[in-house]
Design a protein. Structure first.
Length: 342
């Protein structure tokens, strides 16, 4: 089935189309554009029409011919949790999952669309066998809005998933035996995902992202948001050319992120004392490209930290150098484009 990935972010939209053959993945098309100001969250028919037209232009410019699209819902709008359950049959799990959702999803369930996926399951002959289930709840109104806008753009949804699942797919490390923590920094929020044997065992969302960093810089320097974004990209937290003032402006945001990352590490360590511990932090998302951010997390969390690039990790052939350099921005869209080849 011929599909493509569409990542609709708060500030940018990205399209990726991949072809898989015996050599692996090859890049067929990749393009990014600015998201309309009101974004996909607006309930205004005018704004939704503008959004659909922007998607149409992006598809035409990217020379996408298929109408089947894979999309991801924003993490700050959905509830995602990995839960431990007794080993159940498919029928038993289907009956039990609504009760589990009542315990873990802090929203009225009649307004939500609930989905789940078995991540791993112990053998039944083990003592007290368990299985890990990914529970996802998304507002039904949000899913309908996506469907409506994409239909206006002439598309049909093939797959809907959450951003964290797309990122995990595109950045799952080759070394399956180790434990990794992915920190995906989006515009509005940051997703944490812990992988054990390349299986998601923990997921959490922090309501801080790249736009919060921009606002802090803009407030400190009297910049416009676009000026703040440029200074963030150029100076990050590594450059002392401005007396370290950019770093000082970013420090409260990054300290809050680091605190949540350390909490996630502590939670996993306490729960899995006899297993391998987290050996590496993988940063991804547009703001992961901030100069010095990887070193900041090494110093703050005491764990090796790298920048995750899906083009290199998958890997994908025929990727231009300019796209390769911006790889961390495409974790969601590459993961969506890979969805049909699982």
């Amino acid at each position: 089935m011929n599909t493509f990935g569409l990542d609709i972010g708060a500030t940018s939209m990205k399209i990726v189309s991949l072809i898989k053959d015996k050599r692996g993945f090859s890049l067929q098309s990749c393009l990014t554009t600015v998201t309309p100001a009101k974004g996909i969250m607006s309930e205004s028919p005018f704004d939704q029409q503008e959004m659909a037209q922007a998607i149409q232009r992006l598809i035409v410019d990217a020379r996408i011919s298929t109408k089947l699209v894979n999309v991801a819902l924003p993490e700050n709008q959905v509830f995602t949790k990995v839960i431990d359950m007794p080993v159940l049959s498919d029928k038993e799990l289907s009956s039990a999952i609504y009760w589990e959702a009542e315990q873990h999803i802090p929203a009225p369930l009649p307004t939500m669309t609930i989905d789940y996926k078995i991540l791993q399951k112990d053998e039944k002959n083990q003592v007290d066998p368990k299985m890990q289930v990914l529970l996802v709840g998304a507002p039904t109104s949000l899913i309908r809005r996506y469907q409506s806008i994409l239909e206006m753009a002439g598309l049909s949804i093939n797959i809907v998933e959450t951003e964290v699942l797309s990122v995990v797919r595109s950045l799952s490390p080759v070394n399956r035996s180790e434990v990794f923590l992915i920190v995906s920094i989006g515009a509005l929020s940051t997703s944490l995902a812990i992988l054990k044997n390349n299986i998601l065992v923990f997921s959490y969302t922090i309501p801080l992202g790249g736009l919060a960093m921009d606002r802090s810089i803009a407030s400190n320097f009297g910049f416009t948001p676009s000026q703040a974004e440029e200074y963030k990209k150029v100076y990050g937290i590594a450059d002392q050319s401005l007396g370290g003032k950019i770093s000082q402006a970013l420090e409260p945001i990054l300290a809050s992120m680091a605190t949540e990352v350390k909490k996630a590490i502590t939670y996993y360590t306490e729960k899995n004392k006899n297993d391998n511990q987290i050996s590496q932090i993988i940063l991804t998302g547009g703001s992961s490209l901030l100069p010095g951010l990887d070193i900041f997390f090494v110093k703050t969390c005491g764990i090796e930290t790298v920048i995750g690039n899906p083009w290199k990790n998958v890997p994908v052939l025929n990727v231009p150098d300019t796209l390769m350099e911006q790889g961390p921005r495409f974790g969601v869209s590459v993961g969506l484009a890979m969805r049909e080849n699982e």
